[in-house]
Ligand binder design. Structure first.
Ligand SMILES: NC(=O)c1ccc[n+]([C@@H]2O[C@H](COP(=O)([O-])OP(=O)(O)OC[C@H]3O[C@@H](n4cnc5c(N)ncnc54)[C@H](OP(=O)(O)O)[C@@H]3O)[C@@H](O)[C@H]2O)c1
Length: 245
């Protein structure tokens, strides 16, 4: 993929990995649009990255994909890169926590249903461009899950499988399907985890950009790569290492 001259939409671009990706795409002279729920975070991103475009939406609302499609159609019809990044992770005792039922629906909606609905709504724009990309952000936890967040791990495994099958479906078209499989990254999502061994968001984004340029579609980054190799050699060891993470 070209590194410059793209029109890039990043869901959940107001913090963490999404914001770091937005920064990198701006540095390389692309038009960048980000989404998020929190208006203050979007305003702060606008301040940090002048020229960025923001769209406030809640991806748990199935109508979000349609309103975003209409906004893109009116303001950014040259869209050629969609990055499905927005996500949440909830830890709870399945079946016991009173919040379980609500959490199951919300987490599945944001992490799995919303990216599919948005991809479905925006694909006609992407196929109309000479070179396009759809990027999904899964997780090393799709390879080996942890006990504390079973729904999160399952949504990431589902995204991994979906990305692969969509890649097959779009073979021969102008659209390439990428997947980022991050290791543990230092963001708001992981503040409750010990700080040792977390990758910085900027490092992750710089590695992604380099791989994006060389059309590396399945990107196992940092320790995710090691975990993938270990899971081939000794799946049980990989699983026991991740289980209590
Ligand atoms: N951090 C890690 O170690 C790690 C590892 C592997 C994969 N990932 C994945 O990387 C992606 C980004 O996570 P992060 O670590 O960067 O987390 P983060 O800093 O918490 O950022 C999450 C982003 O998603 C947005 N978002 C969440 N729910 C939303 C909703 N319902 N509607 C619209 N926007 C929503 C947030 O905006 P608002 O705050 O405004 O809602 C924020 O911009 C996620 O898919 C996550 O699963 C993270």
């Amino acid at each position: 993929m070209h590194l410059s001259g793209n029109t890039v939409l990043i869901t959940g671009g107001s913090s963490g990995i999404g914001l770091a990706l937005a920064r990198q795409f701006q540095i390389h002279n692309n038009r960048v649009i980000i989404t998020g729920r929190d208006g203050a975070k979007l305003a702060s991103a606008e301040k940090e990255l002048p020229g960025i475009h923001t769209f406030r939406t809640d991806h748990t609302d199935p109508a979000s994909a349609i309103s975003l499609r209409d906004y893109i159609s009116e303001h950014h019809p040259a869209l050629n890169v969609l990055i499905n990044n927005a996500g949440v992770q909830y830890s709870y005792a399945f079946g016991h926590d009173p919040a379980s039922a609500g959490n199951i629906a919300t987490e599945t909606q944001i992490n799995f249903i919303a990216p599919l609905l948005l991809t479905n709504a925006l694909l006609p724009f992407l196929t109309g461009q000479p070179a396009s990309a759809i990027v999904f952000v899964s997780s090393a936890l799709y390879i080996a899950p942890k006990r504390s967040a079973p729904v999160y791990c399952a949504t990431k495994a589902a995204i991994h499988t979906f990305a692969k099958a969509l890649r097959y479906q779009l073979e021969g078209s102008s659209v390439k399907v990428f997947e980022i499989i991050p290791p543990l990254v230092d963001t708001a999502m992981t503040t409750d985890r010990s700080s040792s061994g977390k990758m910085s968001t900027d490092r992750l984004a710089r590695i992604f950009i380099r791989n994006f340029h060389s059309d590396d579609t399945e990107q196992y980054i940092g320790k995710s790569r090691l975990l993938k190799m270990l899971s081939r050699i000794s799946p049980r060891l990989a699983e026991s290492m991740m289980k209590n993470g």
